[in-house]
Structure formats: structure tokens, C-alpha cells
Write a protein that binds this ligand. Structure first.
Ligand SMILES: [Zn+2]
Length: 77
């Protein structure tokens, strides 16, 4: 199956590109290491999943990871 690269909202920072860490009296802001502060990450997916509408471009990283696990399981059977 052909793979296609799509951009998805970063699940780690919810698309903000940075993380706020409350530290008692002040809040630290960190760059998101998952997406390099881009707010989105590039994911490689099987084209068929996109064509079938199983995946849409608003999917979160977690949803994609769950989906890829399912795909791998299916291939093992
Ligand atoms: Zn991020």
C-alpha cells in the first residue's frame, strides 16, 4: 500500500507549538519537543486509510497512533 504524508495537529501541545507548565507561583512556557514548536507533525499513513475516510486531517497524533496499531494488528492476522 502506498503511504502518504499528512500533517496533523500535535497532540502534545494541542497545536499551540508550546507547552505551559504551571510551577506554583509562575508559569513556564516551553517549546514543544514533539512538533518542534510547529503545532503540527507530519505523519505517514497508508493512502487507503485516507481515501476511505478512516483518517481525516483533523485527527490527533493519538488517534493516528491508535489507528496504526490497529493496522499492524490486522496485518499480522
Ligand atoms: Zn507540539
Amino acid at each position: 500500500m502506498a503511504k502518504q504524508k499528512i500533517k496533523v495537529i500535535c497532540d502534545h501541545c494541542k497545536g499551540n507549538g508550546y507547552l505551559r507548565e504551571s510551577n506554583g507561583s509562575y508559569t513556564e512556557v516551553h517549546q514543544c519537543p514533539t512538533c518542534n514548536s510547529q503545532g503540527e507533525v507530519v505523519a505517514e499513513l497508508y493512502e487507503q486509510l485516507i481515501n476511505d475516510g478512516v483518517v481525516n486531517k483533523d485527527a490527533t497524533v493519538k488517534q493516528l497512533k491508535d489507528l496504526l496499531v490497529e493496522v499492524e494488528k490486522a496485518q499480522l492476522q
